[in-house]
Structures are given as structure tokens and as C-alpha cells.
Design a protein around this ligand. Structure first.
Ligand code: Q46
Ligand code: ZN
Ligand code: ZN
Length: 358
């Protein structure tokens, strides 16, 4: 930062320690924290992600469920939301996925739980193996068993760990939120993640996914709690810096399956472009939302996908889906069958038989 001084109006005489990417704004530690929180608040209120309680205008308080993973994004989100909205009801949920490599899940839960305790936020856990019989690690083992024994999968195929993980997290968080009357679910997705997904969807020409890219999801669908992304325009770098300056505890290690994620390389490339072409990510995302997204949405409305794009009730669990049976139920049915198959053929015990039979 050299000998630069904080440019927070002209009231601060401290040395600058960080420059906001894509701007010329140099800030000291305290004013960077304040600036980031201010931007998040402005975004939330301009886009009506929540309707903050006010003694004069609001009839109810928001009940916000924060999806926690122990990682820096959700930990920072928890701090920022609690600081900005002390009058709303804020609670946290952690999904126990059973990723044991280096005690990843155990440590993640500990950190999320401790932060909730420190901030006086109720903390909830939903456990995949307890409820549905298997963990993410178990699926990895199951895939190896099928592969090594050269067994046929019948109809269907195995997917990547992150694809399973995403399906389970989305479903279980929404289920908990719907069953406990939360008004929204907040997730820690940041600008870097979202721009990476945008580029990925472009490359795949996945118009359906492109049309659904947003900082808030549909409201007014029974049992589908609106999802909001308050850090949508904050870069991953800024989140890391905020966590450091504001002493936000988070798990420094990455999940062992992250290496399998397709998007990882794309994210590196994008970060490199950002390093010499400042502001690429934010302008790409803002322009997409303003210019291209309406076109993609129009396109989708005129397509035959229209019927697939309407919400039905899953005929197994009753939660909303675009098909007759939701992706979660289909996935759990498929996996539970394959676990039982493996256990019948070999003398092993992976599956938790006390779990729900879908
Ligand atoms: S936890 Fe799950 Fe991530 Fe691990 S299995 Fe992939 S999605 S990498 S954020
Ligand atoms: Zn300052
Ligand atoms: Zn279902």
C-alpha cells in the first residue's frame, strides 16, 4: 500500500491497508469493514432481499436461516448479517455431510457452532447419514465398490461428489426452513463463485441454468423458502480480507472433493483475468443481470421447456419440483437401492438401517 492513507471521506488519518478491487478506494482496516457492510446493506435493501424490521413500517420481523459450512463465505455472512440486522431473527443451520478426510466435517461443524454461540445465534444441524442412511464419504466408497467389482448399475449412473452434495444441501436446508417458518434462507455465494457459474453455464449453453442465475429465488411457492445471496457483489478476495480484519474464525482447509469440481480451473482463469483487467467480474455480472438475463428468460418462455419450468409437488415428499418426483428423492432412492445391493452381495455394513426409507 506504500504510504497511502485511508480515503474514507476526509475524516480518517490512518494508513490504508487495502484497496477495493476495481476502484481507487484505499481504506484502513476499520473503514474497509464498514465499507463492505455498507455495500451489503445497500444491495440487500435496494434489491429487496429482505424487508428490514422498522417500528413504523414493518408488520413482521424477517426470520432468516443462514446456511453454514464453517468456510469463510458463510462465516463472514453470519457476522455481517448479525451486525447489520440485529432486529431480525437470525439462526444458523449446518448440514452434516460426513466428509471425514482430515476431520473436515467435524472441524467445520465445530467452527460454525462456536461462531453461533459467540454471536448468540441459535444453531441447528441436519445429519444426512442419520436421516437418509449414508454420508458423502459412503457414496465415494459405494462408487469404488461398484467400479472394482464391475457391477452394472442398471438404470441410472453415479454423479460427482459435489453434485450429490449440492442436491442434499439445497434440499435439507429448504426442508428445515419450510418446516420452521423461516422467511428466507441466506447463503454465502460470492461474486467470484457466481461469475464462475455464469461462464460455465455459457460454455455449456445451459439456458435453463442461465435463466435461473439470480441473487434471490422465487417467492410465493408453497414449501419453497426464498433463497437470498447477500454477498453476490462481493469478491472472494474481499471476503478473505474481511475475515482477516474482523477476526472471523473459519476453516482454512478445503474439502477433499473440491479438486473434482469442474469449476475450479475456470475460477483460476477468471481470477487471472481479473488481476489484469480489474472489474471484469462485477461488470460481467451486472451486465448479465441487466441486459442478457431478460433475453434468456424470454427465450425460455417461448420454448417447449415451459411445462418443465412449472412447479409441481413431488409425489414422494411433497416438496416443490419441476418433475413428478424431485431430484432429491430420485437420488436418495437410487443410492439407497445401490447400498442395499452392495451389502447383500458383500459382507459389509455401510448403510445406516435406522434411516428413513424413502
Ligand atoms: S463440501 Fe460438498 Fe463442497 Fe466438498 S463435496 Fe464438493 S460441494 S467440495 S463447497
Ligand atoms: Zn480509515
Ligand atoms: Zn421429493
Amino acid at each position: 500500500m506504500g504510504r497511502r492513507y485511508c480515503k474514507f471521506f476526509s475524516e480518517c488519518k490512518k494508513k490504508a491497508v487495502y484497496k477495493i478491487p476495481y476502484t481507487n478506494l484505499y481504506l484502513c482496516k476499520e473503514h474497509f469493514i464498514e465499507n463492505l457492510e455498507k455495500r451489503v446493506r445497500r444491495f440487500i435493501e435496494k434489491k429487496h432481499l429482505i424487508h428490514p424490521w422498522h417500528p413504523k413500517y414493518s408488520r413482521y420481523r424477517e426470520k432468516i436461516l443462514i446456511a453454514l459450512s464453517g468456510g469463510k463465505d458463510s462465516q463472514v455472512l453470519l457476522h455481517v448479517m448479525k451486525h447489520l440486522y440485529p432486529d431480525e431473527i437470525i439462526e444458523g443451520i449446518y448440514i452434516e455431510l460426513g466428509i471425514s478426510h482430515g476431520d473436515y466435517s467435524l472441524d467445520s461443524e465445530k467452527i460454525a457452532r462456536a461462531t453461533c454461540k459467540k454471536l448468540d445465534i441459535p444453531f441447528h444441524v441436519a445429519d444426512l447419514k442419520e436421516e437418509y442412511g449414508f454420508s458423502i464419504d459412503d457414496i465415494y466408497e459405494l462408487k469404488n465398490i461398484f467400479h472394482e467389482n464391475n457391477w452394472s448399475l442398471g438404470s441410472g449412473h453415479f454423479r460427482g461428489q459435489c453434485s450429490y452434495c449440492g442436491t442434499f444441501k439445497r434440499y435439507l436446508i429448504n426442508k428445515y426452513a419450510a418446516e420452521h417458518d423461516f422467511t428466507c434462507v441466506a447463503t454465502g455465494h460470492n461474486l467470484t463463485d457466481e461469475t464462475t457459474s455464469l461462464i460455465n453455464n455459457f460454455f455449456n449453453q445451459n439456458m435453463l441454468f442461465l435463466s435461473r442465475m439470480d441473487y434471490k429465488s422465487d417467492a410465493d411457492i408453497e414449501k419453497l423458502v426464498p433463497r437470498i445471496k447477500p454477498l453476490y457483489y462481493i469478491t472472494e478476495e474481499e471476503i478473505t480480507v474481511y475475515a482477516y480484519f474482523a477476526n472471523v474464525n473459519h476453516l482454512p482447509t478445503e474439502c477433499v472433493y473440491a479438486k473434482q469440481a469442474n469449476n475450479l480451473k475456470l475460477k483460476d482463469v477468471l481470477s487471472e483475468i481479473e488481476s489484469y483487467r480489474k472489474g471484469t467480474m462485477i461488470s460481467l455480472m451486472k451486465r448479465y443481470q441487466k441486459v442478457l438475463k431478460p433475453i434468456v428468460e424470454d427465450y425460455m418462455e417461448n420454448q417447449s421447456y415451459q411445462s418443465e419450468n412449472k412447479h409441481n409437488k413431488c409425489n414422494q415428499c411433497g416438496f416443490p419440483t419441476f418433475a413428478n418426483r424431485c431430484n432429491f428423492c430420485k437420488t436418495v432412492n437410487f443410492l439407497q437401492d445401490r447400498f442395499r445391493q452392495a451389502e447383500n452381495r458383500l459382507d459389509i455394513n455401510i448403510f445406516n438401517e435406522n434411516a428413513k426409507n424413502l
